[in-house]
Design a protein around this ligand. Structure first.
Ligand SMILES: Nc1ncnc2c1ncn2[C@@H]1O[C@H](COP(=O)(O)OP(=O)(O)OP(=O)(O)O)[C@@H](O)[C@H]1O
Ligand SMILES: [Mg+2]
Length: 333
């Protein structure tokens, strides 16, 4: 994987302790929410993280933007390890470069803040701008996110806005300081289907205009295909397939990715789906066995998969990585 990416995640892990019994003092079990993740996002790139609920997408986003501390591994920004950034000036400088957009535009906005207060807040935190500069920056970014003319939105409160307008305010807030990197966590999944495309177009337009890179988190492979240059498919805290978006969708090599593709709705009422190959449900990865995480649901798994540790990402095509012993064996003939 590229060494000179804008943002590099190296062996990133996050364990959450789970208490089995409330009276037990010792915490014995851990949810392996993110488990040894490695990938790199290039400047100007949209890198997608795709996977089912609970696979660790949001946790990964929060680790990257430093809303959570990792259990192991590192996040590098411009080649520099961000681990020592904790508070004060270094954290402010980090926030100037890295922002996050959240899934729920109803929860992520302070109901007592006007649009102006919300969008200006990152500038206030940075404490580097005059009042006039702040007003100009807020007005400019509101126009850029499609809330124009800005005067008609600046002094409204969240309850006076639609869901789509709220998400545009969240995007304006993330973009007002012109960050290099934004983690967008399912930014359209809480919105009405009819307005999702507009938000996706907006994010792609901002990338072109502001030169920002995204980690784009979604459970929807079709959305990832549309939005992203490259995709990492996650399963229970692990990336199981990673590569160029079209390649991962058209030529998927991991049985989990193949199952995800097979479950995408087909807009044809006469189409009858083949019975799914994939067995069972996702369980929370509490102290998972060393073997392949996907083994219990895999249609191709065998004794080897059960007995050896989770497969490493293997580059089967240039830039196309797959963590599956069977796929690796097949590609080597
Ligand atoms: N603060 C926490 N404490 C304990 N467990 C947590 C915490 N946050 C997340 N988890 C667990 O970690 C795993 C990954 O959660 P995460 O929210 O990252 O998944 P996700 O892929 O974003 O899912 P979704 O698609 O539902 O948003 C889940 O099993 C979840 O229950
Ligand atoms: Mg999530």
């Amino acid at each position: 994987m590229s060494e000179n990416g804008l943002l590099t995640v190296a062996g990133l892990s996050k364990l959450f302790p789970v208490k089995k019994r409330t009276y037990s003092l010792r915490v014995r079990n851990f949810i392996h929410a993110v488990d040894g993740l490695s990938f790199s996002v290039e400047r100007g790139e949209v890198f997608g993280l795709v996977g089912e609920s609970g696979c660790g997408k949001t946790t990964t986003g929060k680790l990257i933007v430093k809303l959570l501390d990792p259990t192991a591994g590192a996040v590098l920004l411009g080649g520099e390890n961000t681990a020592s950034i904790r508070r004060g000036k270094p954290l402010r400088a980090f926030r100037r470069r890295v922002q996050m957009i959240f899934q729920d535009p109803y929860e992520s906005l302070n109901p007592r803040f006007t649009v102006f207060d919300t969008v200006a807040e990152p500038l206030v935190v940075q404490n580097r701008h005059s009042v006039a500069e702040r007003e100009r920056a807020v007005a400019e970014i509101l126009v850029a996110v499609g809330l124009a003319p800005p005067e008609t939105f600046m002094f409204r409160f969240p309850h006076e806005l639609s869901g789509g307008q709220r998400q545009r305010v969240s995007i304006a807030r993330a973009m007002v300081i012109h960050p290099d990197f934004v983690a967008a966590d399912e930014p359209t999944s809480m919105l009405d289907v009819s307005i999702r495309a507009g938000i996706m177009e907006l994010l792609l337009g901002l990338r072109a205009d502001l030169g920002v890179s995204y980690l784009y988190i979604t459970h929807d492979l079709a959305v990832a295909r549309y939005m992203c240059n490259r995709i990492g498919v996650m399963y229970l805290g692990k990336i199981v397939e990673l590569g160029p978006a079209e390649e991962v969708v058209q030529n998927s090599l991991h049985p989990y990715t193949q199952a995800l593709i097979a479950s995408v709705p087909v807009p044809d009422p006469t189409y009858h789906r083949q019975p799914g190959e994939i067995k069972g449900d996702v369980a929370a990865p509490i102290d998972p066995p060393a073997r392949c995480r996907f083994y219990p649901r895999c249609p191709r798994g065998d004794k080897q998969c059960e007995e050896v540790s989770h497969p490493p990402l293997d580059e089967l095509q240039p830039g196309h990585f797959v963590a599956c012993y069977k796929a690796s064996a097949q590609s080597r003939g």
